[in-house]
Design a protein around this ligand. Structure first.
Ligand code: FES
Length: 216
């Protein structure tokens, strides 16, 4: 098994050092439970949904270590909600009119296809009427004249990126003091919670190797 070596950024906050794994992308879903003013409101003609519609698909596909899911309040273009915004492979895509439960798995199918291909793919036919671009392109010469931590590393690998990290959710954990631990191929892994340990023990290779070997 080839170990996956995620790229990490070392950051300092509140007097402590942290190792943060860089992501391939993030999906932001506007939800009533998180303070939307229109999305998810049936009285405003939008499909009501529980956040589980999105989170269960996300968890089932085991992509949380590459694509983060965030539930948010109003993203802005309320008139065309339900709305979501996807950032993947450095490209932002907006999703509108998500008023059919079948669209959530379609969005994740598309995300998984782009993860597998390592590229930005056209939206599949099921999503063709739902994608659009809200942001203006950057003007010529808009490249920042300053460095951001982690910018421009293009997936540079950390030789021991899993050291001090829960390999499932990628939260920082101390293997010496963690309550939840598991052995795998002679190494001890620590977990933030029993749920992460359970998922890891069921299929360690899927978290330690590349995405291509992941089982559904
Ligand atoms: S309430 Fe969802 S975009 Fe405004």
């Amino acid at each position: 098994m080839t170990l996956r070596r995620p790229s990490v950024v070392r950051l300092h906050a509140r007097g402590e050092d942290f190792k943060i794994v860089q992501l391939v992308g993030q999906l932001f879903v506007c939800t009533k439970a998180n303070g939307s003013c229109c999305c998810g409101w049936d009285v405003k003609g939008r499909m009501p949904f529980d956040n589980a519609l999105w989170s269960e698909e996300w968890e089932r596909r085991r992509i949380r270590d590459r694509v983060h899911l965030s539930f948010v309040g109003c993203l802005g273009p309320c008139a065309v909600g339900n709305n979501a915004m996807l950032i993947l492979h450095g490209r932002t895509t907006w999703l509108k009119d998500l008023n059919d439960p079948a669209l959530a798995p379609a969005v994740f199918d598309w995300i998984e296809a782009m993860l597998a291909s390592g590229s930005v793919l056209p939206a599949p036919s099921a999503l063709a009427d739902h994608v659009w671009q809200r942001y203006l392109p950057a003007p010529d010469g808009a490249e920042p004249a300053f460095e951001l931590a982690g910018a421009g590393v293009s997936g540079a690998a950390d030789e021991d990126a899993f050291e001090g990290l829960d390999p499932v959710c990628l939260m920082a954990v101390d293997v010496a003091t963690a309550k939840h631990r598991a052995e795998h191929e002679g190494r001890t892994y620590a977990f933030c919670a029993p749920s992460c340990k359970k998922m890891f023990v069921a299929d360690p290779g899927s978290y330690l190797s590349g995405a291509a070997s992941r089982a559904m």
